[in-house]
Design a protein around this ligand. Sequence first.
Ligand code: ADP
Length: 149
Amino acid sequence: YTGKSSTQLLSESVNKIKVNEYKSIPVVVNENVSIYDAIVTMFLEDVGTLFVVDDKSLLVGVLSRKDCLRASIGKQELNSVPVHIIMTRMPNITTCKSDDLLIDVAEKLIEKQIDSIPIVKEKEEGLEVIGRVTKSNITKAFVTLFKKD
Ligand code: ADP
């Protein structure tokens, strides 16, 4: 018997979960695709956030559903305006690394009031996107940890 309460044990296990264990595959688009094509990609890939990369596949921005809605109700030409015009851009992108704790990434989602964070790997010239963590991943982790079978 360890003498630890179940709450202590639970919190210890939460603090061991790395983001890597609950990640999803990232969906990326090139910065030069049109807003229209980005919206189509969101539907086809069934994601709410696209990560935007340059020709070297390095992270340059993030495009959310509401970014696209805002552009759609504005005067922008969806077929000709590239996503880099409306995306949130580097260096203002919140990112995380594979071995970050899931609980810390969850805290970032709340703090920044965003739905999704790219998991990145540092390269010499910039950041390569290797995964994504969304509120859905956190919900899955929550159920796995707390559901009694
Ligand atoms: P939505 O805009 O559809 O509600 P979010 O809440 O995720 O989706 O996005 C809110 C705003 O924050 C958007 O303008 C989006 O571009 C930006 N954003 C989303 N994810 C990130 C991120 N990881 N880092 C920086 N900005 C982000």
